[in-house]
Design a protein around this ligand. Structure first.
Ligand code: SIN
Length: 314
């Protein structure tokens, strides 16, 4: 596939949401979401002179990412993507839930321009700070003429929104696309595409409405040795409209938990079956099995189910 560095002179908008890339402190005892987006840009000398705009959409540790921030971020993206002078958009984010935000934006917006999420495993105050290079790479990709869709760039690897996941909790090279592998590499500012850019049929903003507080409750339950149905029954009683089960192996589920999920299904709760095995799809759907989440991790299957319930209610 293409191996080039076709930068446009178009404007890149940076939407900041917080995370370690905006963190301050030492390598473990830091606080995420402290540094404003203007200072993040100023910390990358190579960005001086580039056509950039920056906007602080949120300032959170991404473990605390909310549906309300997702809704606001999607709305700001729609606004900037519609501007003809904008070549692409960078979203700075925490690493912990970056993969969820990437999948949500992919399914809702499926943009024709690049929307590039990036993050850092070390705060800007660390000797190992990885944020500045990741931000530079993200801006380079967002300005690239050939790129489209929601992507995530970290450590020189460009990941697609379906496969990307944080695979390691502390290592600098923490992200993986599992068996699928990255969609591209960026090395010394040169982009090398390996697979097609993410495509699909976006649901559009109308699918998610204007009030995230009205989104249905969808939870994740886990199958494990000794599992039972107590959590499922409690979640159904709390109003869950969808449940993702993080199964063992190829999406297998403990018999006691399975019985509770079947009870939930019988009351109209939708269920999807994923696997706790990292970076691989659930293969096949034996007769009588719960519906499969396929290649989606449990966290992404939760988003898929949430959107499915929202769109089927519309
Ligand atoms: C976060 O996800 O906001 C904190 C962790 C990180 O960005 O690495």
């Amino acid at each position: 596939m293409q191996n080039n560095s076709q930068h446009s002179d178009g404007l890149v908008v940076i939407l900041a949401t917080g995370g370690t890339i905006a963190g301050s402190g030492d390598d473990v005892g830091y606080t995420a979401g402290q540094v404003g987006v203007a200072d993040l840009v100023a910390a990358v000398p190579a960005l001086a002179g580039r056509a950039l705009e920056a906007e602080q959409v949120a300032q959170v540790d991404s473990k605390d990412m909310s549906h309300a921030i997702w809704r606001t971020l999607a709305e700001r993206l729609v606004h900037h993507l519609a501007r003809p002078e904008v070549a692409g958009i960078v979203v700075t984010h925490g690493t912990d839930t970056l993969e969820e935000t990437a999948y949500f934006l992919h399914r809702v917006l499926g943009p024709a321009k690049p929307v590039v999420l990036t993050a850092a495993m070390r705060p800007v105050t660390s000797l190992q700070s990885d944020g500045p290079q990741n931000l530079l790479d993200a801006v380079t990709i967002a300005a690239h003429l050939d790129v489209r869709g929601v992507l995530a760039v970290l450590q020189g690897r460009v990941h697609g929104p379906v496969d990307v996941r944080k695979a390691l909790p502390f290592a600098l090279d923490a992200f993986s696309s599992g068996e699928a592998g990255p969609v591209a590499l960026i090395q010394e500012g040169q982009l090398r595409a390996l697979r097609p850019w993410p495509a699909g049929t976006p649901l559009g903003m109308s699918a998610i409405g204007t009030d995230p507080a009205a989104w249905p409750r969808v939870d994740i339950v886990v199958s494990h040795a000794g599992a039972d149905g107590v959590v499922v029954d409690a979640l159904v009683a709390a109003g869950a409209r969808g449940l993702v089960v993080e199964g063992t192996g190829n999406g297998t589920v403990h018999a006691s938990l399975l019985a509770a999920l079947a009870r939930a299904q019988a009351t109209g709760v939708r269920v999807l079956r994923a696997t706790r095995c990292a970076g691989a799809a659930v293969v096949g759907a034996p007769a009588g099995a719960l519906p499969s989440a396929g290649e989606l991790s449990p966290a992404k299957a939760r988003i898929e189910l949430l959107l499915e319930i929202l769109t089927s209610a519309a």
